[in-house]
Design a binder for this molecule. Sequence first.
Ligand code: UD1
Length: 347
Amino acid sequence: MTLLVTGGAGFIGDEVVRLALERGERVRVLDSLRPEVHAGRAPREPRDVEFVQGDVRDAAVLDRALVGVDAVCHQAAKVGLGVDLGDAPDYVSSNVGGTAELIAAMHRAGVPRLVLASSMVVYGEGAYVDAGGHRRRPAPRAVADLEAGRFDPRDPDTGEPLTPDVVREGDALDPRNTYALSKLAQEHLAATWARSTGGTAAMLRYHNVYGERMPRDTPYAGVAAIFRSSLARGEAPRVFEDGRQRRDFVHVSDVAAANLAALDGLPGLEPGTARAFNVGSGRVTDIGRLAAGLAEAMGGPSPVVTGEYRLGDVRHITASSERAAAELGWRAAVALEDGLRGFAAEV
Ligand code: UD1
């Protein structure tokens, strides 16, 4: 199989390329090497890949990159949560516009398979159950609650805190920022492409991905990279809220394996189908524990729980990845303790 990995020089794409090569696939990479991502980043050792430098928004570049390609793994995106509204045009242009160009070019080239890097952010706040055992999907938290340190979403009828549960692929989607909207739009574009061409697509909703070569020192970095950088400077990680907010940290090598499993699973899908899969480790970790685990792995100062909050943050978001296990035969293999050791050792 000849595989095109867009964003193949990035944190996750690079790992997909590595694994695909290991499996003996022919791999071509399309990457624009955005300076804000790649400046100062050591290039990986030379590998047996054809590299096309260019932007996914450039139709001519895409036509060149897609010659002879059997499947596309679309990782290229502007990532992270937006810092302010000034980011909105770039998210929409890079992620929505880029994917629109990609599906049009795939149609021209007759490429029938697509794996799309989506995100858990399409769900917004996680799923909860109320005291009566009913599933609930709460609205954004009120500023007054956050100010008062009431971080858990509450049942609007009783005022009682709701109990967190896992989200499933069939749950309602509730994108709450421009990045989330761009990821959801990418999913819709993939579904439109599949329907109108008879192609098949897998949309992988990544949870919080961490691991070696994770982007750092940018305002868009995920919390694991932020904590690691603080510890490397000898400073305590600053844990927001009360540190009990729940996430699922999945190692980048597991995410790469999910991409390959999805590629293998595509021929088994009904033509014209785009199927979503949650990609998480299946283990719930709270942010306080992540900070403590990293501090221990790096021999650094204990975390400080600050009580600060970021207005756009959701409280808990953890997924069931059972669909990926049942339909793709994929499960995360890296235990958090092991993953954090390697991650900590990289600095
Ligand atoms: C992250 C990603 C998002 C991705 C999503 C997948 C970033 C910035 N966000 O969102 O792109 O699609 O996962 O689910 O990469 N926190 C601290 N201290 C800090 C920074 C953050 O305690 O210094 C807390 C936050 O308040 C939040 C949690 O850590 O509760 C996670 O924050 P973050 O890493 O930004 O990730 P998500 O919001 O989960």
